[in-house]
Design a protein. Structure first.
Length: 122
């Protein structure tokens, strides 16, 4: 299927649901947990580094992506830079909102009492 990837419901809520379509039920997402025991110490360090960077929208269901990224980062650091591993890292970072382009899709929530300059027109 071509076109944009659909945004998860959490992003629709954060962005104010600009399309005004019904939002699917939101479930609480558990945060990414500790590194699995089968990872090497280097991969576990990469896991913890990535876990500290990912936004709250990334949770337990995304741990397989975090593991793939941790393994790829560890491989790149130990074996040296290869274009295929770098491409995999870049793709996974995009899926986990770790690139500038993917972070733009997540709107920063407004602080309490902060008004939009154009809210009087809505």
């Amino acid at each position: 299927m071509k076109g944009r990837k659909p945004n998860p419901p959490q992003l629709h809520v954060l962005n104010g649901n600009p399309g005004k379509r019904p939002i699917k039920k939101l479930g609480e997402v558990e945060p990414v947990g500790d590194a699995p025991g089968h990872l090497t110490p280097d991969q576990a360090r990469s896991w913890n580094e990535i876990r500290a960077l990912v936004p709250d929208e990334v949770g337990k269901p995304d741990e397989i992506l975090v593991e793939l990224l941790a393994r790829s980062v560890s491989e790149m650091r130990s074996s040296g830079f290869t274009a295929s591993v770098a491409g995999e890292i870049r793709r996974l970072c995009g899926e986990l909102y770790l690139t500038p382009a993917s972070r733009i899709r997540i709107a920063a929530p407004r602080k309490d009492g902060e008004e939009n300059d154009f809210s009087e027109f809505v």
